[in-house]
Design a protein around this ligand. Structure first.
Ligand SMILES: Cc1cc2nc3c(=O)[nH]c(=O)nc-3n(C[C@H](O)[C@H](O)[C@H](O)COP(=O)(O)OP(=O)(O)OC[C@H]3O[C@@H](n4cnc5c(N)ncnc54)[C@H](O)[C@@H]3O)c2cc1C
Ligand code: SF4
Length: 508
């Protein structure tokens, strides 16, 4: 009996569950470039190019390894342009009666496979270090699902940075040594860029022709598209950027979009790298004395802590996680997110870099574009669609908990115990954006007041009932209550006026 083996664009791992369960002598691998996947949000052209080129390279690897691969190209005239459509077409072509799949990382596709008129087996995606069942067991009966406790379990489970049952260095977390502002440094090592080969060049032309209207620059395209490229990116990171990763993790510089970040998320998320090998490379750099513990621990925590934790939350919650809107935010996404001119230098830099690179690092996503969305009351669903579209590494299992949960508090506090609300002072402390801004970060009110300063209080006041009893926020409400009446009135009325201009589509 012949089966189809479905391999999605983020399942490019030679021993992914569906391939392990299949037989190359008789089963047919199905890979498909379908328009539905490229357009359900307007993905950044570099993201589409990365996935299509990596898929084409992976299909060649599978063929060389002896698999029969039925590969549908985007411009194939018989392409039905939906995943179920391609499975049915291939089933008829090869006389297959069953599909083996690895469970997708998105409820939309899980449901689509469940509803197929063919029997589809969705094997658990065991490329994650924590299975859905393990996460559910960990979460069971807990009042709060805090990442830090989960992370410690993962350290014990993986043995990473462990000395017997104790953490190496005597502490689980070295964040007090991290998170410093950074200085511009012309000699800071730059991440590798990979010259497009013939396959990538062909894909770039295709993407250019098929998605001309999508936000984002396609060229220059420098992402790796094979496992060898991804391993080279990992080696580069471990040798050159990891040592400063902790120090510079939360810093933002106008002329340095990547600082000491790894840029490994796209490779991890499409399956070209495994989380364990990435962490082991970091741990080896520490063991060899090439990177300090605060950097290595901080990096490993992002992967076996945050990455696994957000995946656990997304899968535990079930379909509908991304539809939540606990704070009732309903403002439309302002055009500045799509590159319309803004006087706010921080947003202007973060969006321009997103357009050019399909990349912004965590603090730019959380504390610039995300923070503005939160305090301006922008619809979390509009932001969710934006983040899912514009970043090279965006897949719903990781993007939605970060946007809906961490950044917008739209899940009502499942993922974080308090919203990441802040005034312009945070951005000023961690970046060099404010120096080049038309607004003045020190001005709390008045014509030059930084909009983050106004909107911060507006946000806190809008949600006073919900947050004033939160012990981590009560102090801010006391500060507000002590402010003189005239200043409070001016702050709120200027915030209202700013939001009105934003809603009118005026340049802000
Ligand atoms: C609003 C918002 C949306 C986000 N959307 C995505 C997304 O679509 N895809 C995505 O992979 N990450 C997302 N993140 C998390 C994080 O910003 C990116 O993982 C990170 O910026 C990727 O760049 P890097 O590889 O250089 O990361 P580094 O700073 O070098 O971190 C190392 C690795 O840790 C992991 N990691 C770090 N932080 C997180 C996190 N919060 N959640 C999950 N993994 C994490 C990533 O795999 C990353 O490659 C989002 C964060 C926010 C606040
Ligand atoms: S002054 Fe305000 S708007 Fe301008 S860059 Fe600083 S934080 Fe952003």
């Amino acid at each position: 009996m012949r089966r189809l083996v479905l391999i999605l664009g983020d399942q490019l791992t030679p021993d992914v569950a569906a391939l392990r369960a299949a037989n190359p002598a008789q089963d047919v691998v199905v890979m498909a470039e379908v328009r539905a996947e490229g357009t359900y949000v307007p993905h950044h052209p570099q993201k589409i190019a990365l996935i299509l080129s990596a898929m084409r390279h992976f299909a060649e690897d599978l063929r060389r390894a002896g698999w029969t691969v039925a590969y549908s190209r985007l411009d194939d005239p018989d392409n039905t342009h939906s995943m179920p459509g391609e499975l049915l077409r291939r089933a008829a072509e090869f006389g297959a009666t069953e599909v083996l799949a690895t469970r997708p990382g998105e409820w939309r596709l899980i449901t689509a496979l469940d509803e197929m008129p063919l029997p589809v087996t969705q094997a658990a995606d065991d490329r994650f270090l924590c299975s859905d069942a393990e996460f559910a067991d960990w979460a069971e009966g807990r009042k709060q699902l805090r990442m830090e406790w989960f992370y410690r379990e993962m350290r014990r489970k993986t043995g990473l940075l462990m000395d017997g049952d104790q953490p190496v260095g005597g502490q689980w977390n070295f964040d007090h040594d991290n998170r410093k502002p950074a200085q511009p440094d012309l000699f800071r090592p730059r991440p590798p860029r990979f010259a497009p080969d013939a396959t990538t060049a062909e894909v770039l032309d295709l993407v250019e022709a098929q998605y001309p209207q999508h936000f984002g620059r396609l060229r220059p395209f420098g992402w790796g598209v094979t496992r060898a490229d991804a391993l080279a990116a990992l080696d580069w990171f471990a040798a050159h950027a990891l040592p400063r990763f902790g120090d510079e993790q939360d810093a933002m510089l106008a002329d340095d979009p990547t600082l000491s970040h790894s840029l490994l998320s796209p490779y991890l998320n499409i399956g070209l790298l495994s989380p364990m090998e990435v962490c082991q490379a970091a741990e080896a750099a520490y063991a060899a004395g090439k990177a300090p513990l605060n950097a290595v621990e901080g990096f490993i925590r992002q992967i076996i802590g945050w990455r696994e934790y957000v995946r656990g939350i997304y899968m535990l919650h079930g379909p509908g996680y991304a539809d939540q809107n606990a704070l009732g935010a309903d403002r439309a996404l302002p055009d500045l997110y799509w590159g319309a001119k803004t006087d706010m230098a921080c947003l202007s830099h973060a969006v321009a870099q997103t357009r050019d690179l399909a990349y912004a690092h965590h603090i730019q996503r959380l504390m610039v574009t995300g923070l503005f969305g939160l305090i301006a009351g922008i619809s979390p669903q509009a932001l969710h669609a934006w983040y899912l579209a514009v970043y090279i590494d965006a897949f719903e299992w990781v993007e939605a908990p970060n946007t809906i949960g961490m950044s917008q508090f739209a899940d009502g506090g499942v993922l974080g115990s308090k919203p990441y609300a802040a005034s312009g002072a945070y951005i000023d402390r961690m970046s060099d954006y404010c120096g080049g801004c038309r607004y003045k970060v020190k001005d709390k009110t008045g014509p030059d007041a930084c909009p983050f300063n106004l909107l911060y209080w507006h946000f806190l006041l809008r949600h006073r009932d919900r947050f004033q009893s939160n012990p981590r926020m009560a102090q801010m409400y006391r500060t507000w209550d002590k402010m003189d009446e005239a200043r409070r009135r001016t702050t709120l009325s200027e915030a209202e006026a700013f939001l009105h201009r934003l809603d009118m589509g005026k340049r802000v």
